[in-house]
Design a protein around this ligand. Sequence first.
Ligand code: NAD
Length: 244
Amino acid sequence: MSELTGLKALVTGGASGIGRATAELLAARGAEVAVLDLDPSAVDRPLRAHLADVSDDTSVRSAVAAAADDLGGLDILVNNAGIGAAGTVEDNADTEWHRVLDVNVLGIVRTTRAALPLLRASDSPAIVNTCSIAATAGLPQRALYSASKGAVQALTLAMAADHVREGIRVNCVNPGTADTPWVGRLLNRAPDPVAERAALNARQPMGRLVTAEEVAAAIVYLASPAAASVTGTALAVDGGMQGL
Ligand code: NAD
């Protein structure tokens, strides 16, 4: 029997990158896993895919209910869906602020609200939010994205305090730059993607990007009974980016 046998997990943004690696690792450790994504077409069995947009409350409610029906309950919620935005406060219009906050912050609020009644019925309930070092690192050209992730970290701590007496643990992971399709898309916009990737690697303390699997391992730890006394934590998986 594996560590997570019998547990049922839902991963938002689980069709790509960190979310996909997390869904696959949860399944490999024995959990029953459902994925909620804008584009679930790429998700393979045994993961169960549900189409949903975390910026739409109706869509989230019906996908969470369908996933829990499919799984037969819910023990673990990984709020991972997120989008990026570049620029200073002068570069993004209010509409862009609303769009990104709607996905990165309110997406977590909506999914959590839909999942809490199900998590209350679990013996081992846990929520893990994918945050970012952008929450606290003061990154240039990332005003909106950083504000959204700062809100995710604050929300994580507030949710942990609100639900600790119910036994629902809430934590977040704060990845550094992780090698996912998202970062691949950004690199491909550069005139020389290979040189840009080499320069990005060189800026990392370890000389390389964090992998999606390394972030997934931290998420799965926080979601698992091994972390039974861990709540209200932000776990950096950043190759030393902030600490060194
Ligand atoms: P990705 O683009 O590879 O995957 C994101 C997934 O989220 C995609 O499958 C996408 O379809 C889904 N998604 C986006 N908007 C959605 C919505 N409105 N509703 C439902 N699903 C939606 O990205 P990734 O790099 O794996 O990023 C995952 C998370 O990790 C994000 O929250 C991101 O902010 C965070 N993060 C990424 C990095 C990085 O360097 N890659 C660093 C720190 C934090």
